[in-house]
Design a binder for this molecule. Structure first.
Ligand code: KG4
Ligand code: ZN
Length: 336
């Protein structure tokens, strides 16, 4: 069979990224231009700045991805581009770029769902992973438990009612003065603290066993800090980081295990920025071992936003026959 090469383009948040992927699983190039240093100054992503920076970088990032993969547009079978969910102005840059290339070259366009990209990141390094499996997606914008029934076919069985897991990490990090993005910093500081030091709440939702809520644990951390300050007790930041992380990991692991049991899933995959959290990986590894399940997760570079995962998702959509016209538009709240 002929090899299929996909050019992936991703610009939904604060990473401008392009990648070339062969047959959905073999990464020929993966170029990421991160804007984190810019947004850091404001303590979070500023949408207007993100859009402008994407415009500045996108051509160069695509050129680099093509050069590194040693391909020309003649070799590319389809362009996979994230068209949602995400920041509308940021998404539009990638979508407009992909449409322009498609119009100029005649290469088919495959609009790709960002979350489907995160799930597909697991295919890159785990060559043996095939649906069906249960995927926990934990990123800065999303927290979902999804059954991947077939390639490109998903059933969402749980989601967050308020903050995303990564958002909670970022907010708690800000509260203890760690800066943005806070997830990796909490992860590192947690190693020096005691996860049992402070009993932060584990939210379980009546009648919705696979839904999440992280606003309570975030508020509990803020209350704990206020309480310490009022009483003149020194705040132990490492203990807060460790105890917060343990509370979040506990909930993520126990709900994932319950969902695996309920839906008869034997394979578990992790995806999204928080999937690189060491506490989460360790917690999932122990639980999966205990319950006889296999666990998959991407390397950190494929957990956070990248275009290789978009190209991988686009490959399976392309094989399923998905094609988009030049009327493809950015959809900020796109459903899976
Ligand atoms: O998937 P991603 O790059 O962007 C979205 O699509 O949202 O995820 C970014 C999120 C941020 O909230 C960041 O703090 C979190 O992932 N994150 C982590 C870790 N690395 C990144 N959270 C906890 N532990 C980490 N090691
Ligand atoms: Zn993402």
């Amino acid at each position: 069979e002929k090899d299929i090469l996909i050019l992936g383009i991703e610009s939904s948040c604060d990473e401008t990224a392009a990648a070339v992927v062969k047959n959905g699983r073999e990464v020929l190039s993966n170029v990421i231009s991160s804007q984190i240093d810019l947004h850091k100054l404001y303590g979070g992503v500023v949408p207007e700045i993100a859009s402008r920076k994407h415009i500045e970088k996108i051509n160069q990032v695509i050129e680099e991805a093509m050069e590194e993969a040693k391909v020309t547009f003649e070799d590319i079978d389809a362009i996979g581009v994230t068209y949602g969910p995400g920041l509308v102005g940021a998404l539009l840059v990638g979508v407009a770029e992909a449409k322009a290339i498609s119009y100029a070259t005649g290469i088919p366009l495959v609009g790709t769902h960002h979350i489907e990209g995160h799930v597909s990141a697991n295919y890159i390094e785990n060559k043996e992973l095939e649906p069906p499996f249960l995927c926990l997606i934990v990123s800065g914008g999303h927290t979902h438990l999804v059954i991947v029934k077939e390639y490109g076919k998903y059933e969402i069985i749980g989601r967050t009612r308020d903050d995303a897991a990564g958002e909670a990490f970022d907010k708690v990090a800000r509260a203890i003065g760690l800066g943005y993005p806070g997830g990796p910093k909490i992860d590192a500081l947690a190693k020096e603290g005691d996860g049992k030091a402070i009993a932060f709440p584990r939210a379980h939702i009546e009648g919705a066993p696979f839904d999440f809520s992280f606003s309570g644990v975030k508020s509990a951390v803020l209350n704990h800090i206020n309480h310490c300050e009022m009483k003149g007790i020194e705040v132990n930041r490492a203990d807060i980081a460790a105890s917060f992380q343990e509370a979040v990991v506990d909930v993520l692991v126990s709900k994932t295990m319950a969902a695996a049991k309920e839906y008869g899933m034997t394979k578990i995959a992790l995806a999204g920025g928080v999937a690189s959290n060491k506490g989460l990986r360790r917690g999932m590894e122990l639980a999966c071992k205990k319950h006889g399940l296999s666990l998959f997760y991407p390397s950190p570079i494929y957990c956070t936003d990248n275009a290789a995962m978009i190209a991988s998702a686009a490959y399976y959509e392309y094989k399923n026959g998905t094609r988009h016209g030049l009327d493809l538009n950015a959809i900020p709240n796109l459903k899976i």
